[in-house]
Design a protein around this ligand. Structure first.
Ligand code: 3UK
Length: 517
């Protein structure tokens, strides 16, 4: 029998760092490896000590309870120390996507009114620029390592830290979720949201245990990676393998063979790339008992080819930053190719039509979710909060239908946003970048499926007077986008057109440009 989060009561005072960090010493797990990777092995004992040092080091920065600490930190043990150190000390960590550009970080620094920003030295260029451009600026700007870094402060900090007296529903951490037009939204999660995702999905669907070894190709700053490689293993006192390397077939094959994870978390684009690499090599996956996919829909064909090649199944599941982790999923006992699966225990779903009433089974509509891990609100954005979360139901922005066997089938987004390699991409942002180029008069960017049925951006361009396509303009625009946008956001195809389809009010009709969708 699985316990669902509905049956869980939290005591009046609840700080999630107690069950996820401190508990492991009470349970005699000190000697066990909590995290391993390029840096070696970190025991639970060391984790607890470093979290306490992290919290104390942050306290010396002069922060107050509830202050936001932005983290632009690669996947490394310091991510754990700072995230949990913040929470235990009563500060609010905000992990940010490490692939962004200075102008993106500036927006988040200003919106969050953070007191401190801490970053891995690798991101020095973008962060220093962002801080210079920001108004107001964070009081403290620190690297994770090196001279005058947070590590230096941690070395002289105490290994004893008292727990901030928070409650289960208090603001605990944020994640920024991207919008199609507006600014990214600070998605505020409570302390209880973390254990709820562990009970509902990690226990209820994956049936995780202390012996599991977790490896996530999705990094810790995504809600997906944060659960996969940090909160799930800490929930059961298991072990996480982490790596700062960008995900690639080679990197995943090497890590799986070296560290023998039992659960592997990927995204469809990576599974497609791994399948391609497996034409030439045969990695040993024998340690892996479950392969998980999320972030975007897993095409049925990739699942079938994976089964042929490896004998394993990939469990597709849909999650979101707002719900914190997966709420509809396939499971080992119950899965169907091409479907997102069934409801995860602990969540409720309804599919509604334009009239806000539930549709008849089989009809597509807007997918709404209710459950105990849903974000409290969007920071500084009561309008978006009211539009998205109503009476405990969150509008996912996805169109779904439920088939005759009650499996949920994904039909696309209700906005123009697209997932590229599992990461958000706004067509508006790419268009805005293209229009900055002197040869471009107008641009429209739409989602187009590639040979694996995975979405990538395609740009339609009207040239400015005097510009022509002869002088290798396509290569130049490609370079321009790669330089000016996060690295996964460049258009994979360029099509030069005379005009773009528009509504009477001048809005680009992107759906008319989409192919085969
Ligand atoms: C889309 C999917 C079809 C869908 C996430 C696992 O992706 C995560 O969170 P984000 O906030 O994006 C949420 C949106 O992504 N999506 C995600 N998974 C699927 N569409 N099939 C899927 N399997 O549009 C959803 O609304 O970046 C994934 C766990 C935690 C997460 N935050």
């Amino acid at each position: 029998e699985t316990q669902t989060s509905d049956e869980v009561r939290f005591s009046e005072k609840f700080n999630v760092a107690v069950p996820f960090i401190d508990r492991h010493l009470d349970e005699q797990r000190g000697e066990k490896t909590a995290i391993f990777g390029e840096f070696g092995e970190i025991s639970y004992y060391e984790l607890v000590e470093q979290v306490n040092r992290g919290g104390n080091a942050l306290k010396t920065l002069g922060l107050s309870t509830g202050d936001r600490v932005l983290m632009v930190v690669k996947d490394c043990p310091e991510f754990f120390y700072l995230f949990w150190g913040c929470i235990k000390a009563g500060f609010v960590p905000v992990p940010l996507n490490t692939l962004l550009k200075a102008k993106d970080y500036k927006i988040m620094i200003e919106d969050s009114k953070c007191t401190a920003i801490i970053y891995s030295p690798e991101f020095n260029g973008e962060i220093e620029t962002a801080v210079k451009l920001s108004n107001p600026q964070p009081k403290r700007v620190l690297k994770t390592l090196g001279k005058e870094s947070i590590s230096e402060l941690m070395e002289s900090a105490s290994t004893f830290l008292s727990v901030a007296p928070t409650a289960a529903d208090d603001d605990c951490f944020w994640l920024y979720s991207s919008g199609s037009t507006g600014q990214p939204k600070g998605t505020v999660h409570a302390h209880k949201d973390i254990p709820v995702t562990c009970i509902n999905y990690a226990d209820g669907v994956l049936d995780i245990g202390e012996k599991d070894i977790f490896f996530s190709a999705a990094k810790l700053f995504f809600a997906y990676g944060l659960g996969n490689a940090m909160t799930f293993p800490l929930w059961v006192g298991a072990t996480a393998v982490i790596s700062a390397l960008p995900p690639s077939p080679k990197m995943t094959f090497e890590i799986i063979e070296a560290y023998k994870p039992t659960i592997f978390f990927g995204v469809p684009t990576l599974y497609a790339a791994q399948l391609q690499a497996m034409e030439k090599e045969k990695p040993n996956f024998s340690s892996v008992r479950i392969f998980v996919s999320a972030g975007e829909a897993l095409p049925g064909d990739i699942l079938r080819r994976w089964r042929e090649k490896t004998g394993g199944v990939i469990l597709d599941g849909i999650g979101s930053t707002e719900v914190l982790h997966i709420f509809i999923s396939n499971s080992y006992r119950d899965h169907k190719a091409g479907a997102s699966g069934r409801l995860v225990p602990g969540y409720k779903a309804k599919i509604i039509g334009e009239d806000n009433k539930p549709v008849v089974q089989g009809e597509p509509g807007a997918l709404m979710i209710q459950g105990n891990s849903i974000a409290k609100y969007y920071w500084n954005n009561p309008k978006k909060t009211a539009e998205t979360i109503q009476e405990g139901w969150i509008n996912t922005g996805d169109t779904y239908y439920q088939d005759e066997e009650n499996y949920f089938i994904y039909c696309g987004r209700s906005d123009d946003m697209m997932k590229v390699g599992g990461i958000w991409c706004s067509p508006f942002e790419i268009e805005a970048k293209l229009i900055e180029h002197p040869a471009v008069l107008e641009a429209a960017v739409v989602a187009r499926p590639d040979k694996d049925e995975l979405i990538k951006p395609e740009a339609f361009i009207i040239l400015a007077d005097g510009a022509n396509t002869s002088q290798n303009l396509e290569a130049e625009l490609l370079e321009f986008c790669k330089k000016g946008l996060a690295r996964y956001k460049y258009p994979r195809w360029f099509t030069f057109v005379e005009e773009l389809p528009k509504t009477a009010t001048g809005k680009i009709q992107r759906f008319l440009l989409r192919k085969n969708m």
